[in-house]
Design a protein around this ligand. Structure first.
Ligand code: AMP
Ligand code: ZN
Ligand code: FE
Ligand code: FE
Length: 275
């Protein structure tokens, strides 16, 4: 019974709607799909309805974008009470900041002679949580770059002409906010962030899991994070971080964990007072 605990929909920067994503997960043979859109839980009701029809389980999640002294850190939160209350308010603020950031990115690019059109970026983001991938897709559409990867390398990555730093939410604060909403906080893809980012601080804030299995984690990184999980009694999660066909290397279900991990997350959420 396989579970992919990390994926994105059109509620943030994925290209499949929640229902389409759940359908793809069922075809791929998953028993459980975790949906973890950036700074929003708006895709979850549609996903839950589709999951009932398809006969698979949806693990409700969110991925919070945070910053630890200039390094980007993502915190996953599972089974959060986020439809209303302090976490919902924080997510709404983060989405508003995302909109402003995307506008600033477009202004910077235009100032640098890259005529990306704001209206296209807005249309691509729709009502969802806006982000750099939407700018990247507009650049592709307008023939200004080859593909999304090229857009990040030339214009959107750190240190590139369209780079705008994000609003500063500390990862430990994100962990506390997830816990306060009854959710289970998990450090996302630690292998992407350089070394051992403030793990001590995150543990003190109430971290309960670490994403051990991830498409871009090398075997030695998987071993290292599995060891850290045992050492600190953290739930060892994993997932594909699927964003859409052709957007990145990994498809849904290319990285999975056992359904026993879902049970561990559920049990932790029950103790925390989560969903
Ligand atoms: P943002 O949340 O607006 O800062 O955008 C970050 C998102 O862009 C990540 O979650 C990925 O989905 C995507 N991303 C980051 N780097 C790349 C890259 N090099 N190529 C393609 N997508 C990327
Ligand atoms: Zn993303
Ligand atoms: Fe992430
Ligand atoms: Fe992600």
């Amino acid at each position: 019974m396989a579970a992919d605990l990390h994926s994105h929909t059109t509620a943030s920067d994925g290209t499949l709607s929640p229902a389409e994503l759940v359908g793809r997960a069922r075809v791929a043979g998953l028993a459980f799909l975790g949906i973890t859109d950036h700074d929003t839980v708006d895709g979850l009701p549609e996903a839950a309805a589709a999951a009932r029809r398809e006969g698979i389980g949806v693990v409700p999640g969110v991925e919070l974008s945070t910053d630890a002294t200039g390094r980007e850190v993502h915190i996953l939160g599972y089974y959060c009470r986020a439809e209303a209350g302090p976490l919902a308010d924080l997510l709404a603020e983060m989405r508003a900041a995302r909109r402003r950031r995307v506008e600033q990115i477009v202004e910077r690019l235009r100032g640098a002679g890259v005529p990306v059109v704001m209206e296209r970026v807005v249309a691509l983001a729709g009502a969802g949580s806006a982000g750099r991938p939407h700018v990247a897709r507009a650049l592709v559409e307008q023939g200004l770059v080859r593909d999304v990867k090229d857009a990040f390398e030339r214009y959107l990555g750190r240190g590139r002409p369209g780079y705008v730093p994000r609003r500063k939410l500390h990862p430990a604060e994100a962990v506390r906010r997830v816990r306060a909403a009854g959710g289970v906080p998990v450090l996302a893809h630690p292998g992407l962030m350089g070394d051992d980012v403030t793990l001590g601080e995150l543990l003190a804030a109430g971290l309960q899991g670490i994403e051990v299995h991830y498409p871009e984690h090398r075997p030695r990184q998987v071993r290292k994070y599995a060891r850290l999980a045992r050492e600190y009694a953290l739930i060892a999660t994993g997932g594909s971080d699927f964003h859409g066909v052709g957007e990145r290397r990994s498809d849904v279900a290319t990285v999975t964990v056992s359904d026993a991990v879902v049970e561990q997350l559920r049990e932790a959420a029950r103790r925390n007072g989560g969903l």
